[in-house]
Write a protein that binds this ligand. Sequence first.
Ligand code: MN
Length: 242
Amino acid sequence: MRWIVGDIQGCARELEALLERIRFDAARDELWAAGDVVNRGPDSLAALRMWIDTGARGVIGNHDVNALQIRAGERESPRHTLHELFAAPDADELLGKLRELPVLVHLPGSESGVRDVWLVHGGLHPRWTDLPEVAARLNGAVHDGDWLVDHEVSFATRVRCCTPAGQMDRYTGPPEGATPPFVPWDELYRGETLVVHGHWARRGFYRTPRTMGLDSGCVYGGELTAWCQEEDRIVRIASQAE
Ligand SMILES: [Mn+2]
């Protein structure tokens, strides 16, 4: 089975509980992270190792980008929770798995009714109409320091609300509180293929006929949510924060 999991953000205990619940078998199953494997949460090091053990599949999130920038001394972030990860002897090898991640991935369905999916952390730019072209261009670029701050990479990993021209604001609240001319990016999405994303914890899990959000705020005391593409089935693991 192919599973997509919402923002893990260092919630290793909940990730472990999820893998047990779905009886994840790395020889048979795939786990795709919707981005933000690390940071904010209590145990980024364990979460990152566990996710790598599942196959290190996913798309890059803004917190993954931030972690790489902080490590490189290119960003300051007084509130990060990456100290234990950075102190690990194999930290750069582990972080390298995040750097390799694509921005936008097509996960094919099947002729027997399994839906095709595009996976991205934040969302899609309203002017991106040829998604295979965008994915090939962004994923295929050298993932260096410039790539981490590339405008389109930043858009895909950070957008919640934007204008039809693709201007973002910094709003993080629920979609009904968006301030015009900014609207939730998915209102501007005209494609037919289901887009699965993370990043919008205060929106929580939702789905419409064409988009689905899997960030249900586990790191903020919510749930870790995963979706099985073949079975169109959701599994939720409650936060185990004390
Ligand atoms: Mn995010």
